[in-house]
Write a protein that binds this ligand. Sequence first.
Ligand code: BEZ
Length: 255
Amino acid sequence: MNFNTSSSKQTWSADSYSTHGRFVADLAGAVFEWLAPQAGERILDLGCGDGALTQKLADAGVDVHGVDMSDDLLSAARERGLTVSRGDGHALDFPAEFDAVFSNAALHWMSRPEKVIDGVWRALKPGGRFVAEFGGHGNVAAIVTAMRAVGERRAGDESLAGPWFFPSPEVYADMLGDAGFDVRRIGLYPRPTPLKTGMKEWLKLFRKPFFAQFGAETDAVLDEVEQLLRPSLCDARGNWTADYVRIRVEAIKPQ
Ligand code: BEZ
């Protein structure tokens, strides 16, 4: 095992993200289409990670700025020659300078969504658009339930199994509306996602704090969670699929 924390804070390694999380950027086609980036636009990539999609925006002629909290992922983005900075999505302080704010697979990590939405609003020019995709209601429900079950059996802290914000479209549309946005389109999209490197690698990459709490028993806990999930998320050939559900949204800051 290679966990580097036993606290409740998720940490990231650019290497393991590149090996086991590459599919995150690879599957962003639909939200990219909703964004429809135009050359010359100034766009903020919120939760840019290692810059895989930031790079796509830059390649499309966009003047793009990426923001993330992980120094390791930001270093990987800088190695691509991208303009990025360290910043908390709950405290964005860009003054009305972006034509669009874009975000893929990042907003579910931010536990105070109203603060995120306020910062996105501040960052956008009047008429600017907010286009995002992240985990929606029911996302990874089987995976979280399996972790909770094993956590309970072993008297662990179950709350570490699922810290994410996975709203329904109704809830998120209301939050955006309360902040002043016009929601142009929003929906929930089940997207079973093949895990080429298996379920354990997904669990290790994305839910470190839950497993780290078990110390020397970490490997055994991983085995138990995997066994619980096998009947529903692994096929007869040993291929794993994660029960992803995406929420996708486009909202406009009125003129
Ligand atoms: C997601 O992209 O839906 C996701 C990724 C990691 C943990 C939880 C959800």
